[in-house]
Design a protein around this ligand. Sequence first.
Ligand SMILES: [Zn+2]
Length: 344
Amino acid sequence: MKAMLLKGKNQPLVLDNVPDPVPGPGEAVVRVLACGAGLTIHHARAGRLPIQYPRILGHEITGVVTATGAGVTDLKNGDAVTAYFYLTCGHCYWCRINRETLCDNFGGYVGRECDGGYAEYVKLPAQNFIKLPEGMDWKKHPAEIGVICDAIATPLKITRKARVTPTDTVAVIGAGGGLGVHMLMVARWAHARKVIAVDSRAAKFETCLKVGADSTIDASEGKVAQQLIEQTAGRGADVIFDFVCTKETIESSVAGLNKGGRLVLLAGSGQRFDADGPAIMRKEIEVMGSRYATKQEVIESLELVARGDLWPLVTEKVPFTEAEAIHQRLEVGAITGRAALLMS
Ligand SMILES: [Zn+2]
């Protein structure tokens, strides 16, 4: 099959021929129709994550099952599916209580510890494929359907984690990125009173406002906490989702929270920060970490898109052989929303 291969640390992706994957016991092979290209994948492409080469990247997949291995009973050829990003064991304590992002036997990531979706076919443990719901037009919109499993599921999870209510003002740090844009969308869907987009790239604000933000803060001007407080009549934001997670963004988020405020840290590599303990206690502030989403949250995200509640923003769709050009644009932050590769 044809695949876009990453052959070494920070090398350009190159088109190559590799053997067609054959499913072993408990595995399935899927013909890929589309695969999302986001920042998480780009960190791997750019050599910022440990990886064994050569590797086929990509985890936001829309595809059709073409072969199943021994013991696979819940998938059959022709099933339309997406993929779950994490390789989890399915039987530890955390997997059993539906919190598999905390799996005790965490096996890594699709497209990093095993080959992913930048190829004509992808082989994964059958439990990593999630069937698409009835009524979802995956043939017409494979790119949009493919990115739901991360770009919608992750915001859905943290919207619940932060308990967003209709009286809450929500701020999104890194709002112009692929995850941030969808976070604005989901916060709006969750009926937040006001949604504030915070980003250092003002060129992305037009899109932020279009998908759900009510106002914007240009972080390149600094003083983000002060601006958050000014935009909320002196109170501060009730919920802040920080997708940048540097020392600077975390500290300004804590300072920009209202009483009873919730801060969720997710994505980026994360940094240590100095916290104002007395303020956290006095204001009953909650600081939460989060990572990705559960399979249940992916299933629910698919359902929400299928019924028209939400629709992913894929602004660039290119043939998969042009993956490297998309990653060059990801490197410089030039993509708004998500990009996706199309296989056919
Ligand atoms: Zn587990």
